[in-house]
Design a protein around this ligand. Structure first.
Ligand SMILES: [Zn+2]
Length: 124
């Protein structure tokens, strides 16, 4: 059962109980059910809007955009900036990558070997 249906079901149960509407407890329960109904409506609206946005994004962006986004995520965890001496490509690597001792340059394929004493830690 969806959230909206469960909320509606609960509202029905509440109305069926025919509680004394002058009692504070009844007013509070009634208010909670109103908020619940509005919240589920708003959630449904946001969910529909999100689906629409995802649809638009997937139809308007080529895969390169998603590749770039993934690369940004990788750079977030980077501890070191390494510049290839052969082609000048700048790479951002984390400590685990540096500890491997070497890496192939992503641009020219040159094997880069690391001497930890040569590297400066950067705040990225
Ligand atoms: Zn290179």
């Amino acid at each position: 059962m969806t959230l909206a249906r469960r909320a509606a079901h609960l509202q029905g149960l509440f109305e069926g109980m025919q509680l004394d509407e002058t009692k504070k407890e009844t007013k509070i329960i009634s208010e909670i059910l109103d908020i619940l109904a509005e919240t589920t409506e708003e959630l449904q609206r946001l969910s529909n809007e999100n689906d629409t946005l995802k649809h638009i994004i997937h139809h308007n962006c080529d895969n390169n955009v998603f590749d770039e986004l993934e690369n940004v995520d990788i750079d977030d965890g980077a501890d070191y900036q390494v510049i290839c001496p052969t082609c000048g490509e700048i790479m951002y690597l984390d400590a685990a990558a540096i500890e491997l001792g070497s890496i192939d340059c992503g641009s020219c394929g040159e094997l880069l070997e690391f001497d930890l004493s040569d590297l400066e830690e950067e705040d990225i």
